[in-house]
Design a protein around this ligand. Sequence first.
Ligand SMILES: C[S@@+](CC[C@H](N)C(=O)[O-])C[C@H]1O[C@@H](n2cnc3c(N)ncnc32)[C@H](O)[C@@H]1O
Length: 459
Amino acid sequence: MARAFTEEKWEQLSLIGEEKEPTTTDGSNGSAFSDPAFVGNKLLPVHRWVPWIAGFSSSFVRDALDRHLPHKGTVLDTFAGVGTTLVEAILLGHKAIGFEINPYAALACRTKLNACQIRVEALRDMIERLKVFWKDKVSIDYTPKSTPPNGFKTRADFYSPKVLHKVLIIQDFIDAIKDTSLSDLFRLAFASTMVRYSNYSYEPSLGRRVSAGREEIDDFPVFQTILDKLREMEEDIVWLQASLPQGTPSSQVINDSFLRYESHLSASSVDLIITSPPYLNNYHYNRNTRPQLYWLGYANHPQDMRRLEYLNFGKFWQTVRELKCVDLEFLAPQSDLAERLSILRALNPDRGIYGGNGWANYAASYFNDCYRYAQRIQYVLRNGGTALVVIGNSILQGISIPTDQYFGEIAATVGLKVVEIHMPRTTRVGNSIIQSDVRVAKAQKSHRLYEAVVELRRP
Ligand SMILES: C[S@@+](CC[C@H](N)C(=O)[O-])C[C@H]1O[C@@H](n2cnc3c(N)ncnc32)[C@H](O)[C@@H]1O
């Protein structure tokens, strides 16, 4: 077999095996920041609503806000995911702005931020109505009006017939909710749980349960699962409203690429950026949220998915691997990036699109977007403003790619000051990813995946 790893294997290797490095003896991680990993969010109010790969923890964001923005200001998350930065920012009374291309993630952000104004009584009333509706419909031979989304094609049935019937009854109820904020909450309660009762699972990429050695799901307590999620949301909204500072929080979620920021933000308008772009690990946020995108009506056709793919920061290996040669579109004379990419490019030519050239194209596309991104940071930050960019390194065909270091070098070329690269968290991977020969001396010392916080300042 000529290919090094399948696409899916690549994605999995890049994300699993998150064994933490030993910390310092006092239990801290020895860094100025707390661990940015999202796992910490799973139990926290509001943050726990929607799981998200490579999201970061609320404690990391809070630390960063406390340290860098002691007075009220404007906080921007250019890759907002499910809104960790935005929620923490409004809880401290800041103005929060987020960009996010994935409409499902943008819905999560919007719903969390709008939760400040939800009337809890109205939510409770709607949950009671759902209970009555459900009881009525399951006790009779009810034929739901809703149908599964037409364009959503999967290799195996996404839902068993029994589960599908239950899902469609609940869709009928949700479709009839007139109030947009309440409707968003119910849609999110469904979307954030919908894979749990399907024949697919996150491993961490979305795949068939049977391929991961799990049984298919013939039946499932769908209603109870959604009801539990709604109850969790209700409890958290009560907490959120009691925890917010006085006054209506100011926030905005823009369902667009930050690389098209011009129509939304003016120059020098942001005090602090706290964000995490997609890593150079080819994790496919769009493909992995296909069920949510189709069932929520954000995608009806493969073209809708392609549009998102095109907007995605850094592109994907699959979209650029066949190109002859993607060059770097900027000069970074102090960096060995170009040299490292040419070494990568020359590797494994016998493997065709799976060889070094395809991966070098992918890395070059990624760093070209890093360059565009750094230019835009420089534009929107006020003088003296800070950007904290959480970024994961990568290993491509055995070559270590320290994205944090390269991103810092790229940022310096547009006039940003690299204050420090913090290393709050390191992760390990299984050894199959590191078997290939590495001829780059600098790359040899590190075959470890880690996350770093690149701290930039606009002078
Ligand atoms: C690492 S995740 C951020 C997670 C976030 N920190 C959280 O805690 O939820 C990166 C996000 O960037 C989004 N994204 C990718 N390309 C983008 C672009 N060009 N503009 C805005 N968002 C983008 C992805 O959809 C994904 O949600």
